[in-house]
Structures are given as structure tokens and as C-alpha cells.
Design a protein around this ligand. Structure first.
Ligand SMILES: Nc1ccn([C@@H]2O[C@H](COP(=O)(O)OP(=O)(O)OP(=O)(O)O)[C@@H](O)[C@H]2O)c(=O)n1
Ligand SMILES: C[C@](O)(CO)[C@H](O)COP(=O)(O)O
Length: 388
């Protein structure tokens, strides 16, 4: 028998009314990526999760595509419970053994929580992560305090909640349509099954109101490491060649020669980006010996390096490049080059710096034989633990 098929069901069909923003919170930015991209990636990068299904709201397809590209999705309902049910119905004939239901609005999901839930499913048909209650808990009488509620024996419930698939599906089907349930575990308990508790994580707090974004940013930054890496490149001038620099064509009496379009600035930035994740250099990813890259536009090298960084959960914050040549003058083209690099890297233009210098007629650049560029990229990457 093969291993049990485990699916993550990420519910992202809400409107985020309590944030007060027009854009539903799951598509708003957290640390440079949509909230949903964080939640999705936590599952997609976990070795025991076979499939991730996202439940979105009616008309949210374009927002989903912008956040995650082409991923498996289904349209949800008016309440969280209905959205989960739509997801389960979509999956019901696929032979799924285990399902983890997760709020997209809990973006910072450590793999260790998924590990604990899956281990608990070996013992019980349902498991959920909880945090203890540390504050005094009161009942209230409108404007005044009521009795203190004993907090021993209380817990705060988080997601993901993990279930044997048939057990959860049966519980949803048995639940009266006119009654609401704020989570799935209570439905499974109502249907007669035990739900095992596992330790939750403060990183997993839900984004509910506008202020929660600032707290989540702080948590995320605490789990991210700032790194800088540099890149350097040189190309020879040759008459009859076009001069590509920073992704734009510069009028000049000669251009740079190389296997690709020889864009020395983009090559230096590509190497800087690869350096931030210790992923080798541009020659390793795009060997000059491969005819496929002859005359290639270097923007694709840079985009590839950025996608490798993003695949690791990294975020690019800033790029600084210095071009060295006697001619042409770079100043008149500086803003166009900055705009071009910003567009390739999906950065604001303020996050791209382009500088130029002569080398006082010294060396190969001083003699006009070639051009050099050096770049520094500053990124944030997840600390190896606890976030994936
Ligand atoms: N009809 C709904 C309502 C909620 N959710 C999802 O359930 C999770 C938890 O719900 P909540 O925090 O209440 O999100 P919203 O319903 O979007 O928020 P609000 O109540 O403020 O509108 C979120 O990831 C949300 O997108 C859903 O998939 N379908
Ligand atoms: C599912 C949940 O996140 C567990 O704490 C919570 O019940 C969702 O409640 P909401 O009212 O939909 O935010």
C-alpha cells in the first residue's frame, strides 16, 4: 500500500471585513509577498504534503493568479464552514486519506506544527494546535466586568486542523446547514470523534484586524535574515555590436560582445542575486557553451535568479549597480536603466540604484576596450528554522 495521500486545504475566500481594507487580507502584502503566498508555501514546501488546494471567493481568480500563478483552486461559499465544505466536495472522489484545513489568514506556519499534527493523526482521527490562555478571562456585563472565568482548562485554537478525510467530510455533511461553526474540529467532535491537542505556535496568530499586519511583519522579520551578496562582470567592446545595458539599448558606436546580449549590468546583478542564496554563478545556470543562450536577452537570467530566491521564501529589497567605462556617458540613461531593472525585478524604482564611474583612463576600461559592472543585492531570507 502506498503512503496516505495528504492534502492541505487553504481557505482564502473571505472578504477580510474586519481589516477595514478593500483588498481581502489574504491578498495583501506581508514582507513583500501576498499573505496567501506565505500560507501556501508552508504546505507546498513540506515533504509530507502531496497536494495543496486553495479555496477562493467568487471573482478572486485574478487575485489568486497574481499571488501564486496557476495553482489548484475551487470557489468557496459565504461562510468559512461553507468554503471548507466546497473544498471537501471538490476532493471527495480523489482517494484522499488526510486533510489539513488552514486559514490563509494565518500566514506564518512553521513546519514543526505540521509535523506535530501529522504525528497526532497516527493516534486519532483529528488534531488541532492550541495555545494556552495567559490573561485573566472575564465574562462581561455590557460596560462592566462580570465574573472571572477560570482559565485552567481553556485553550486558544489555531489552524491548520488535521483530519482523517472521511471523518471530516462526514461531519460536514451531518452538520445542519442553518447552523454556523467557527472551526472544523468542533464539527468532528459534535459527530462523536475525539480531537487530539498539539502545541500551537505564536507565529501562527491570525491576521484579523488592520494592526495585525504590523505584528505579523515584526514576527516575519524576526524569522528572516538580511543578506547581501555582490556580483561582478566584464565584457569586451566590439564594433558592429549593439550595446545593451540594464535591459535597454544604448546608442553607441560599439557594443559589448558575449555569448548572450552581453548586458554587463544585468549579469553583475544576476550574480549578486545568486550569491544571496549561495546558488553558484550565472555561468553555472546559463553555460556559454550552450547554444540555447546565444544572443539571449539577459533579463531572463535575472528573472531566473529572482525566482530561485523567491522559491526559498526570500524577498529582494534593494539592488545597487556600478558601471565602469569611459564612454558612453551613463548619466543621461540612468533613470531609464533604473526603470528597466525595477521592472524586471518587480521592485519599486526607489529600490534600484545605478551608478557609473570612469577608471581615470586606467586599465582596460580606461583604454575603452571593455566595460565592467559590479552589483550588490540586499535580500531577506527565512532563517532555516522555524519557518520553512
Ligand atoms: N466565506 C469565507 C469566509 C472566510 N474564509 C477564510 O477563513 C479564514 C478565517 O476567516 P476570517 O479571519 O474570519 O476571514 P474573513 O471572513 O475574510 O474576515 P472577516 O470576518 O473580517 O470578514 C480566512 O483565511 C478566510 O479567507 C473563507 O474561506 N470563506
Ligand atoms: C478557525 C479559527 O481560525 C480557529 O481559531 C477561527 O475560529 C476563525 O474564526 P473567524 O471568526 O472566522 O475569524
Amino acid at each position: 500500500m502506498g503512503h496516505p495521500t495528504t492534502v492541505a486545504l487553504v481557505v482564502a475566500a473571505g472578504n477580510g471585513t474586519r481589516t477595514g481594507a478593500a483588498l481581502p487580507k489574504q491578498f495583501a502584502s506581508l514582507g513583500g509577498r501576498p499573505v496567501l503566498a506565505h500560507s501556501y508555501r508552508a504546505f507546498a514546501s513540506h515533504p509530507q504534503i502531496d497536494r495543496v488546494l486553495v479555496v477562493i471567493g467568487q471573482g478572486q481568480q485574478a487575485l489568486l493568479a497574481a499571488a501564486l500563478g496557476d495553482v489548484e483552486c475551487v470557489v468557496g461559499g459565504d461562510t468559512r464552514r461553507e468554503s471548507v465544505l466546497r473544498g471537501l466536495e471538490y476532493l471527495k472522489n480523489d482517494g484522499i486519506s488526510r486533510v489539513l484545513v488552514h486559514d490563509a489568514a494565518r500566514p506564518l506556519l512553521p513546519h514543526a506544527v505540521i509535523d506535530r499534527l501529522l504525528a497526532a493523526l497516527d493516534e486519532d482521527v483529528a488534531a488541532l494546535p492550541v495555545l494556552g490562555v495567559v490573561d485573566t478571562i472575564l465574562s462581561t456585563r455590557k460596560t462592566h466586568a462580570g465574573d472571572v472565568v477560570p482559565r485552567a482548562g481553556l485553550a486558544r485554537v489555531q489552524t491548520p486542523q488535521a483530519f482523517d478525510f472521511p471523518t471530516l467530510f462526514a461531519a460536514h455533511q451531518a452538520w445542519p446547514a442553518e447552523r454556523e461553526a467557527t472551526d472544523d474540529a468542533q464539527m468532528v467532535r459534535a459527530a462523536g470523534s475525539d480531537v487530539r491537542l498539539v502545541e500551537g505556535d505564536p507565529m501562527l496568530e491570525k491576521i484579523t484586524v488592520a494592526n495585525d499586519f504590523a505584528t505579523a511583519e515584526l514576527r516575519l522579520n524576526g524569522a528572516m535574515q538580511v543578506r547581501s551578496a555582490q556580483g561582478f562582470d566584464v565584457h569586451r567592446f566590439e564594433t558592429g555590436q549593439e550595446l545593451w545595458l540594464g535591459g535597454i539599448l544604448i546608442p553607441h558606436d560599439k557594443g559589448l560582445s558575449g555569448h548572450s546580449d552581453a548586458d554587463v549590468a544585468l549579469h553583475a546583478i544576476t550574480d549578486a542575486l545568486l550569491g544571496t542564496i549561495a546558488a553558484g554563478d550565472i555561468g553555472m545556470h546559463f553555460p556559454p557553451s550552450d547554444p540555447k543562450w546565444r544572443g539571449a536577452a539577459s533579463a531572463q537570467f535575472l528573472r531566473h535568479a529572482l525566482s530561485l530566491l523567491n522559491d526559498q521564501g526570500g524577498v529582494l529589497d534593494f539592488v545597487d549597480v556600478t558601471v565602469m567605462c569611459e564612454a558612453p556617458k551613463i548619466g543621461p540613461h540612468r533613470d531609464a536603466i533604473r526603470a528597466s531593472i525595477a521592472e524586471i525585478l518587480s521592485l519599486p524604482i526607489a529600490s534600484v540604484s545605478v551608478k557609473a564611474t570612469t577608471t581615470e583612463r586606467l586599465g582596460f576600461t580606461g583604454r575603452g576596450e571593455g566595460m565592467a559592472a559590479q552589483a550588490i543585492a540586499t535580500v531577506r531570507v527565512p532563517v532555516p528554522a522555524p519557518l520553512p
